[in-house]
Design a protein. Sequence first.
Length: 274
Amino acid sequence: MRVHHLNCATMLPLGGRLIDGRGHPFRAASLVAHCLLAETGDGLVLVDTGLGTDSVRDPGSWLTGGFRLGSRPVLDPEETALRQVERLGYAAADVRHVVVTHLDLDHAGGLRDFPHATVHVSAAELAAAAAPATRTERLRYHPPQWAHGPVWRTYPDTGDTGWFGLDGVRGLVGVADDVLLVPLAGHTRGHSGVAVRGEDGWLLHAGDAFFHREEVERPRRVCPAGLRLTQWSLQAHRGRRVANQDRLRELVREHSAEVRVFCAHDPVMLARFV
Ligand SMILES: [Zn+2]
């Protein structure tokens, strides 16, 4: 299965090396929104959407003030998943399935661009977005982004046997066997990773389960202070987030030859694939 790695939003938050570990603290850092586009025998599968064309055209209506202030997105229409799908020679309707790691607006902001797609998400994540229970949940989700009424398929985080030592991993209804939902809660209530088997082996898109490569690639977690603070302020459940980072670190240590693990926002991790 051919898999394309796309950056579907560049963000320039203030904080320099406190965010991305490079350069002066008073310059802007640069983060990406790493998405996958898989060419299956049964249409395209998009993993996370980045920002949508609505968000880029009219950020005042489609993005929250907090997100615009904190993330400082570039808002380039050419970076949207829709434009990139079209540049590859496809149409929006060719995207049959969208799998989202979670419903934060930098991951689900493009759902409206693919109204024909079934949207696969964990049941806990859709429940959190539909009925936010905490202040953090009320601030993070932006319901207009799914007001068009997508066809949802939801999945519990229990059940299937382990995949490389991770629990609750599930295949997706109607999607090729080579795409799996991997429960990695903590950043949000129902946050998941998405595993995709490409031509060179398994990929695990870990979404926002971690933000910096050294959180999982060093024997002990290493993360710039600003990114640590960001993750702490956005987390739904600290214990689960930390436990899942520990599991991912173990996965990288034990199975890096079989599974390539990356997160959504680390530009160095994206550059390894493009
Ligand atoms: Zn994110």
